[in-house]
Design a protein around this ligand. Structure first.
Ligand code: SF4
Length: 340
């Protein structure tokens, strides 16, 4: 928005927020449950359910819309109780906002700001218990599925002692045992920028160990600008980029993307071909390989690429185990449609 529009828009925004607050004062989104006058609890979301179980006798104000808050309604509620406690997960947004508006409420001890709340913890908050909490049992860390196409990639990167700048997807699990083969993960698309930065600044021996790893859907989402930068500001030592192409967006539920050749509702569409894209913007060393099928070949290719001062893009192509069935069904359907 240009400044000439932004200045009056700011006034409109404040007016809109005031109108929304007025609406929220009488909105049915906020629920009041009367209870024993000794304790009122102001809460929201899942904490409401836990708090009801922890203190069924209390009165409750369940905030349904937390911004802008229905301050008048909450004030009236708080005045009806001897003690009014705010139960909220995480940082003290509700309690700070209510106190800033002059509403007398109590908040949780600072130790309960961290981790999720549950019935037991809320009982402790209400009892003002700040003694050490029992240590929860250790959970089992998540892992790549058995047979996942990313496994062979991370095994090889670990064997070659690469410095791996990673990205967001199932393959982020490459950071955990048994692989422990990912060194950075910042945000979507950052694997390429961070990798290039390291290639530019590290001493030569270390720089030549750096590999950027990004999944196919993340590459489409925000990796392409990184490859343009790679070509434009080439590191002296070259760089190696792996695009892990499992032909889906596995981590968020197997959605299609521009690299699959199918729209979200499985209609055929123009396919973004990664190897063609890399070639078209000036990268000459472009390879496509299936590291699960040809692990030795992948290792050899990685060794050659790490030795080279050229820019290299390697597309490791093998579908996600969970997507294979869906893709087969799609192909069968397409075949039937073509016969008609
Ligand atoms: S969902 Fe697919 S990509 Fe993700 S870990 Fe499992 S097999 Fe690998």
């Amino acid at each position: 928005m240009i400044p000439a529009y932004a200045r009056p828009a700011h006034r409109r925004l404040r007016k809109k927020l005031a109108d929304i607050q007025k609406w929220n004062e009488s909105s049915s989104l906020n629920v009041v449950i009367e209870g024993d006058s000794s304790l009122g609890i102001i809460t929201s979301g899942i904490s409401f359910v836990h708090a009801q179980e922890a203190a069924p006798q209390a009165g409750f104000f369940k905030v349904g819309m937390s911004y802008p808050l229905p301050l008048d309604k909450i004030r009236k509620f708080a005045e009806g109780y001897d003690c009014c406690m705010v139960i909220e997960e995480g940082d003290p947004y509700l309690v700070d906002s209510l106190r800033a508006a002059g509403i007398m409420v109590e908040g949780k001890a600072d130790m309960y700001r961290f981790n999720e709340l549950n019935v037991g913890r809320i009982k402790r908050i209400l009892a003002e218990d700040t003694s050490d909490e029992p240590v929860p049992p250790r959970g089992k860390p998540p892992q790549l599925c058995p047979g996942c196409p990313h496994r062979a990639v991370f095994e090889t990167l670990k064997e070659l002692d690469c410095i791996v700048t990673g990205d967001i997807g199932c393959y982020t699990l490459g950071v955990l045992p048994p692989f422990e083969a990912m060194d950075t993960c910042v945000c979507m698309g950052s694997s390429i920028g961070v990798g290039l930065g390291l290639r530019h600044v590290l001493p030569e021996k270390q720089a030549r160990r750096v590999v950027s790893v990004i999944g196919d859907s993340t590459f489409v989402h925000s990796g392409i600008t990184g490859v343009v930068e790679m070509v434009y500001n080439k590191p002296r030592q070259g760089h190696v980029l792996l695009i892990l192409d499992n032909s889906t967006t596995a981590m968020t539920g197997l959605q299609e993307h521009p690299g699959t050749g199918r729209t979200l509702d499985y209609q055929p569409t123009t396919k973004l071909v990664f190897e063609d894209l890399a070639g078209a913007i000036g990268i000459s060393r472009v390879f496509v390989i299936d590291p699960t099928k040809d692990k030795d070949g992948f290792r050899k290719l990685m060794e050659e690429s790490l030795d080279s001062r050229e820019l290299t893009v390697i597309i490791t192509r093998r579908p996600c185990m969970l997507a294979v069935r869906k893709q087969r069904q799609y192909e069968e359907r397409m075949g039937e449609n073509n016969k008609k």
